[in-house]
Design a protein around this ligand. Structure first.
Ligand code: ASP
Length: 438
């Protein structure tokens, strides 16, 4: 019997998880879900994260070695960073336009504001985020640059938060591999080719469990989510963020892809949708990275030399969804406090939200920590974080989808520009997602 395509299986898992979560809240099974269902979601995310560093190492070494020429690497690097920054700046501008047009903060009454601000768990959450952001701000301005260079590769590899350090080391290693004689490099390349294949197979195996993993994640999320009243007070704010992200996901990216590569939106979304659904379910670009890489390579036709370089970097620095959200959240808070931000301050937000999104880690809730910096620079009260923190998770899920879709888009554009965009239907892929063709 023909099995359902993967994205439908994941969607079914998500829908079943949401329904089961709602039923459990209604029946009072919350503890059961937390104790017996949520752990399976955690195992699923852990498996994805587990594979991230080995995947980056294997695929990046393979990718760079296949380039056989350092000038190609610098050409690709320049384009990648350039396009990433451009799309991020555009995303912030989309956010600013949306929030100025919809003006979600002006409808919040003084009473609702006080009610939101007096929510104790939101206050505690906001204080923790502010402390985290302050710890980052207390460093020298060049610290992020220094942090790119690890002094011990094994120590760097002990945390998924050090992905950029791993990338720097691996690029360095790859350059060495290109520069030594071909016959000496061959066994090293062969080893990493094989290693890469093994990792891709492991991703297949993990993805077989994806529908169950997302079921567990969403069921747990629903039973742990705050009351519906909060959502209704912040409805317009949430809708503005979703609208902004929708413009990026459904308008900007497919248009860029169509315009620069000729690939249709249908082709693009068919290829990338499983990664988008996982991004939504896990709220983490880093956890989604293995699947993004496999989908972009095998279903969007981008060659591995490009995906192995562009996507891990993108997962850590390219966060269009996060930057768009930060612009909207900052202006929303300003509107609630009755502040009228002039053009200069809003232009400042373009710069700080771009940098803050680059600095955000690819994990759940990172965007709201870096929002503290955007608020601080624009002179918006930090306690405003309390207003939006309760609804941050669903918005985080949506902005992660935009982040991952943006990475996929840029990898297609870079691939096209360096002649590395193929037609997946013409390629003989080892079919990693066997259930799709079974
Ligand atoms: N969760 C987002 C990501 O992983 C980052 C954010 O919080 O905006 O892409």
């Amino acid at each position: 019997m023909k099995k359902l395509p993967l994205h439908w299986q994941i969607l079914l898992g998500m829908a079943a998880g949401i329904l089961f979560g709602l039923l459990s809240s209604y029946m009072g099974w919350n503890e059961f879900v937390k104790d017996w269902i949520k752990p399976f979601g955690t195992i699923f995310i852990n498996l994805l994260k587990l594979i991230a560093i080995p995947l980056i190492v294997a695929s990046l070494i393979k990718g760079i070695a296949d380039l056989e020429d350092i000038s190609k690497l610098s050409q690709m690097g320049g384009r990648t960073i350039g396009i990433y920054v451009l799309t991020t700046v555009f995303a912030v501008c989309v956010g600013l336009v949306m929030v100025n047009v919809v003006s979600p903060g002006t409808g919040i009454t003084e009473e609702t504001r006080q009610e939101l601000l007096s929510n104790e768990s939101a206050q505690a959450g906001a204080t923790a985020k502010i402390e985290q952001a302050n710890a980052q701000q207390d460093q020298s301005p060049l610290q992020p640059l220094v942090d790119l260079f690890p002094d011990n590769i094994f120590e760097a590899a002990t945390s998924n938060g050090n992905m950029l350090q791993i990338i720097v080391f691996v690029v360095f290693f790859g350059i060495g591999l290109i520069l030594i004689p071909k016959e000496t490099a061959k066994p090293v390349k062969d080893f990493f080719n094989g290693f890469n294949e093994v990792i891709l197979k492991l991703i297949d195996l993990i993805m077989i469990t994806a529908p169950y993993g997302v079921f567990a994640l969403l069921a747990a999320l629903i039973v742990e989510s705050p009351s519906a009243d909060l959502f209704s007070a912040l409805l317009w704010y949430g809708l503005t963020v979703i609208l902004g992200l929708g413009v990026l996901i459904f308008l900007l990216y497919p248009t860029l892809v169509f315009f620069f590569t000729g690939r249709t939106p249908r082709f693009f979304f068919n290829g990338i949708s499983p990664a988008q659904l996982l991004a939504f379910s896990t709220s983490s670009s880093a956890a989604t990275l293995p699947v993004t890489m496999e989908r972009v390579e095998e279903h969007l036709g981008v060659e591995s030399e490009v995906t192995s370089f562009v996507l891990p970097i993108g997962a850590t620095i390219n966060m269009d969804g996060t930057s768009c959200y930060q612009a909207i959240a900052a202006l929303f808070i300003a509107q609630v406090y009755g502040m009228d931000l002039d053009l200069g301050t809003q232009l400042g937000i373009i710069v700080t939200a771009t940098l803050a999104s680059i600095g955000s880690a690819a994990v759940p809730g990172a965007g709201i920590v870096m929002l503290v910096i955007v608020l601080g620079q624009a002179g918006i009260p930090l306690e405003g974080l309390v207003l939006i923190i309760a609804v941050d998770r669903p918005l985080d899920m949506c902005r992660t989808v935009a982040n991952v879709t943006g990475d996929a888009t840029v990898s297609m554009l870079v691939a096209k520009s360096v002649g590395k965009l193929g037609d997946p239907s013409e390629r003989k892929w080892d079919d990693h997602y066997q259930q799709e063709t079974a």
